[in-house]
Design a protein around this ligand. Structure first.
Ligand code: NAP
Length: 334
């Protein structure tokens, strides 16, 4: 029997998840949805034939909803996730788990008090084939211990409402989660440098930014975030180890020989670059939740990401190296 899902938030990514659950994946069915924007709710309902509910609590408490998918604005996530935990229903929450570390901690505490893992956070890069290949090599140990990571996160352009802090909270947040999972270590400090600004900067944005994270054992990670790079959507990750270097493969495109030039196309947005990862992520959530498990990024991962993001945003303002203090991972999440 299909596992019955209620969706809260049916904008861009909410509709994409509804489409993949309805038309591509197996074992799940959307039975109810809600959105504060009635047009979005209506068009989403027409994609999957689900009933429109008045509020997130109506979706969460509906008897024909087994699990919840939250894809509303970040600031609305915490109250929906806490209500889903209260109802004892598995919940997939798009990143961020909550917009403050304090709210993430409340979710962690609520889940531990309930005594059962229910929350998965939408950090889909852990499901990307390229990152998984890099992780397999690192975990295999044949190139030794990681020493340095060099990463880039480049977007073609962003709108005027994208501000300096969003380079951390909206953009580098994916690296923040994925990289600590890749190397199995926690971060201890954060720093941000501002190179010469591009002429494509907006008044409220400093772009590009160079972020530096260090880990417990001293691994140094640099992340270039450049959100007006103009030429494409470019995600790179190279890990330099004691006995070798592993670089994440780039998406494959044909090499074109044309008019005395040899060229290879590249991705232009995240939806295409990580399309497969989203499919695997949501299928994995459905399969695990049906067995009463959470196999993907947990509420604790959401909390770690929020604390690290706070330190990076603080470092943007202070210009200093800021400490990252999360405390030990509770046994519940190990
Ligand atoms: P979006 O297009 O603005 O959609 C959000 C929708 O939620 C809108 O329809 C919005 O209404 C509605 N909404 C806001 N508060 C709500 C509430 N309390 N209850 C129900 N609906 C509510 O945004 P999006 O791009 O889909 O992003 C949604 C979330 O997914 C964000 O947290 C974002 O960071 C995350 N996201 C993750 C990824 C990823 O790679 N994992 C990619 C994209 C987005 P209005 O139209 O009235 O604003």
């Amino acid at each position: 029997m299909d596992w019955r899902i209620g969706v809260i938030g049916t904008g861009a990514i909410g509709k994409e998840h509804i489409d993949r659950i309805t038309n591509k994946l197996s074992g799940g069915k959307i039975t109810a949805l809600t959105d504060v924007n009635p047009e979005n709710a209506k068009s989403a309902a027409s994609l999957c034939g689900a009933r429109i509910e008045h509020s997130d609590k109506d979706v969460i408490n509906a008897p024909d909803v087994d699990g919840i998918l939250v894809a509303s604005w970040g600031s609305a996530h915490a109250s929906s996730v806490l209500a889903a935990i209260g109802a004892g229903k598995p919940v997939f929450c798009e990143k961020p788990l909550a917009t403050t570390a304090g709210d993430c901690k409340k979710i962690v505490d609520a889940e531990m008090n309930r005594g059962k893992k229910l929350v998965q956070v939408g950090f889909m890069r852990r499901y990307d084939r390229g990152y998984l290949q890099v992780k397999e090599i690192l975990d295999g140990g044949k190139i030794g211990k990681p020493l340095m990571l060099h990463c880039t996160h480049r977007n073609m352009s962003v709108g005027e409402n994208y501000t300096t802090d969003m380079a951390v909270t909206d953009t580098a947040i994916h690296e923040i989660d994925c990289l600590h999972w890749l190397i199995n270590e926690q971060y201890v400090s954060a720093q941000v440098l501002f190179p010469r600004a591009t002429k494509y900067c907006h008044p409220k944005l400093r772009d590009p930014q160079f972020m530096i994270l260090t880990t417990e054992s001293g691994i140094t990670i640099d992340i270039e975030v450049f959100v007006n790079c103009q030429f494409g959507y470019d995600i790179e990750c190279e890990v330099c180890c004691e006995d070798g270097v592993v670089k994440m493969p780039e998406p494959a495109f044909p090499t074109l020989r044309y008019k005395a030039a040899r060229s290879v196309a590249m991705e232009t947005d995240w939806k295409c670059r990580f399309a497969d990862a989203y499919d695997v992520e949501i299928q994995d959530w459905i399969n695990a939740a049906k067995e009463g498990k959470v196999k993907g990024p947990t509420a604790w991962d959401g909390y770690l990401a929020a604390v690290t993001a706070d330190a990076l945003v603080k470092a943007q303002g202070s210009g200093r190296v800021e400490p990252i203090t999360t405390g030990p991972c509770p046994d519940f999440y190990k």
